[in-house]
Design a protein around this ligand. Structure first.
Ligand SMILES: Nc1nc2c(ncn2[C@@H]2O[C@H](COP(=O)(O)OP(=O)(O)OP(=O)(O)O)[C@@H](O)[C@H]2O)c(=O)[nH]1
Length: 389
């Protein structure tokens, strides 16, 4: 995507002359550098801070393992989320015969491994379990909610018990999948039933606090992206700092909601502290699609001299550079219901900041743009500082 939003002025809603975002970003940067140095020292001394995500840096890229019964929807999930396959075309996907390893160019460079449903890794001595789970980011177990799930739950229980003994820190994410077409009550009943069956089994074996999380998903709506967002967020070290930056931005610029998106997959990797709702996520994620589509059609065409003259002539009578906030491209759209503009700003080639603004904020666009710019620089520094060395 080549769309960019860049601002030059600062939004000061109180008229106090302060620029809270700039201050908070630099404070955040100092705090981040400090904790990073602290971590480095602790690692040198052979100890680790207990609540940290696993060290994803040294040996390779974090891995997401997709496992579950045959036809539960693993390849469909991977194709829809990471390869933009339209959901209806997953009907034609063939059954996976061997492990599909997919390295995805993204802000985090993770890998997705899609396992064939019929493989039982613990029954098969040819699998090097240590190599497989040694560097894992998360194990995603897909259960088909439209099918009889008892066998899937039983296999999941065996897998968790096997892993808990050797790799107790592996995060297990259960996708109760294909919930489209099921009533809300039925979805919740299934989720409750599966949760109880798994937790009971784990308790019986003495694992009361195993890190197992449940998500209701479908490729036919945004729930699958939402679930992946939550999975990926657990792999980001110091996520709280990113969230604090976005929360500050929302407060300063009176945004309703702000998301930091991985543009290719449309997974959001951070959001502000207001509760995330599906509707705002859907609007922001669809907006990215609109921008990508428009950019693909018009993006690389420079303005002709004639068009430029028309834009710079009456009634504006100003150079284009003075009229827009960005030298490259800018993007802002006003939603017809409630007059809420959406703003999108590219952070780097993988990430974009998308925010829903409040009614009156459109008048203050140049000021908003500057605050957004400051946060974007902060996000860049965050990834620079926390990137595996
Ligand atoms: N209704 C519905 N169908 C889905 C969903 N996700 C996948 N499917 C369908 O489920 C079927 C099986 O999907 P696959 O992705 O091939 O399943 P798999 O788990 O990779 O299967 P194996 O490769 O055999 O292990 C396909 O027909 C998909 O269209 C979903 O969210 N809802």
């Amino acid at each position: 995507m080549s769309s960019r939003l860049r601002g030059l002025d600062a939004f000061d809603p109180d008229g106090s002359g302060e620029q809270p975002c700039e201050t908070s970003s630099s404070l955040a940067q100092q705090a981040l550098t400090r904790v990073y140095e602290q971590d480095q020292r602790l690692r040198k001394n052979g100890s680790r801070v207990s609540d940290q995500p696993p060290d994803l840096s040294s040996k390779g890229k974090p891995r997401l393992l997709l496992m579950g019964q045959r036809r539960s929807g693993k390849s469909s999930i991977s194709s829809v989320v990471f390869h933009k396959l339209p959901p209806s075309e997953t009907l034609f996907l063939e059954s996976t015969a061997r492990i599909q390893k997919d390295t995805l160019p993204s802000f985090m460079d993770f890998q997705v491994w899609d396992f064939p449903g019929q493989i039982d890794i613990f029954d098969n001595p040819t699998f090097d379990i240590d190599a497989m789970f040694g560097e894992i980011g998360a194990l995603i177990w897909v259960i088909d909610a439209q099918d009889d799930y008892l066998e899937a739950v039983a296999r999941l229980n065996v897998t968790i018990l096997n892993l808990q003994r050797t790799y107790p820190n592996i995060k297990i994410e259960v996708f109760i999948h294909k919930v489209d077409g099921l009533s809300d009550d039925y979805k919740l009943d299934i989720q409750r039933d599966i949760t109880i069956r798994i937790q009971d089994e784990l308790c019986d074996h003495g694992f009361e606090n195993a890190p197992v999380t449940f998500h209701l998903t479908s490729i036919y709506n945004h729930s699958i992206f939402e679930a992946f967002s939550k999975v990926i967020q657990k792999l980001i070290p110091r996520l709280g700092i990113l969230e604090a930056m976005l929360t500050n931005l929302c407060r300063t610029c009176r945004f309703e909601k702000a998301y930091l998106f991985d543009v290719l997959s449309k997974i959001y990797i951070a959001t502000d502290s207001e509760p995330a709702d599906m509707a705002s996520y859907e609007i922001c994620s669809d907006y990215i699609d609109v921008i990508i589509d428009v950019t693909e059609v018009y993006g690389s065409w420079p303005r002709t001299q004639k068009y430029r003259e028309a834009l710079e002539g009456p009634p504006w009578n100003q150079k284009i550079e003075d009229q827009v906030a960005s030298g490259c491209a800018e993007s802002c759209m006003v939603l017809s219901d409630g007059n809420k503009p959406i703003i999108l700003r590219e952070v780097n080639k993988y990430l974009a900041l998308v925010a829903i603004m409040k009614e009156d904020s459109y008048d203050k666009m140049p000021l908003v743009n500057m605050n957004v710019e400051v946060v974007v620089q902060g996000v860049k520094e965050f990834f620079e500082i926390t990137k595996p060395k």
